[in-house]
Design a protein around this ligand. Sequence first.
Ligand SMILES: [Fe+2]
Length: 302
Amino acid sequence: MLTETASSTTESDFAIENFRVSDDDLPEFKDMKFENINELHLDHPGANDAEYRARRDHIAGLSKNFRMTGEITDVDYSPREQRVWRYVAEELEELQQRYASPFYLRAKKDLGITTDRIPQLSEMNRRLKELTGFRLAPIEGLVETRGFLSWLSYRVMLCTQYIRHHSQPAYTPEPDIVHEAIGHIPMFTNPNFADYSQFIGHGARIATDQQIEELGRLYWFTVEFGLVEHEGDIKAYGAGLLSSFGELEHAFSDKVDRRPFDLEEVINHEYTYSDMQPVLYMIPSYAELKEVTKKYIETFNK
Ligand SMILES: [Fe+2]
C-alpha cells in the first residue's frame, strides 16, 4: 500500500521491458527512501497500547537489518500474534472460496500460506524468486508513492512484517503481514501480474508528478481493489479486497458499481481511503492488463 504524497525526482529513460534482476543489478537496499514510518496514527487500535507499540516497532526495526545485510530476518511471532492470524486467515479463507480468483487460491496454496501460522517473508521470498523473479523486501510501514512503486521496476515488493492489534482483528488502518501475505504476495506468482507490476514500477521511475498520481490510481483499482472476469463470473484479485472481510463481501454486493476496466477512466478516477469502495473495475485477464499498461507507460517518455 502507499501514501498520497508524490516526490518530484524522476530518472532518465530506459527500455520499458520485462526482465529479471540479478542480485548484482539490484539497487542497494540501504539507499531506500521512505517517510516518517515509525509514526502510529491515533485511530490505530493499538495506538494507546504501549506493549503493542513496542512490539510493532521492534518488528518494524528488523527491516533496518535487511537494508544493511540484504537478508530477511524471520520474526518469532508470539502465541497472541498467531491467534490473530488464525482468526483472520480462517474467516478470510471462507469468503475467498466464494469470491477470490482461482489463480489466487491456487497460488496461496503453492506458497504454503495456511490458516495455521503466520508465514515468514523469507520463505515466500525464496519461492517467488524461483517462480517469477519477484522479491520481497521488509519495510517499516507506508512509503511515498513514487518510492514504493519504483521498487516494482526491479521486481521488488516492499512488505511489512508486524500484525494488526488483537482488539480489532478484522481491521487495520495500515498494511500488516495479513495484508501482505494474504492480500498481495500470492498474485506475484502470476507471470502476467508480475510483469504488469514491473511496468508500473518502470512508469514510476520516469513519471511526471501528474503521471505518478495516475499510476497511484491504476495501482489502487488493480493491485489493491481489482476484479477479474473468470469463465463468465467475476472474481477478486486485489489485495485490499482479499485481505478484508468487509471489503470482500461489499465488492460483490448491490452497493458497488462494477465496471469493465478502462485504463483512461481508471487513471482519472479519484478514490478515497476511508470508505468502502463504491466503484470497482473488472479486467478481462491479467495478460490484457499487462499489455494495455505497457502501451500507456511507453507514452511517458514522449
Ligand atoms: Fe496494499
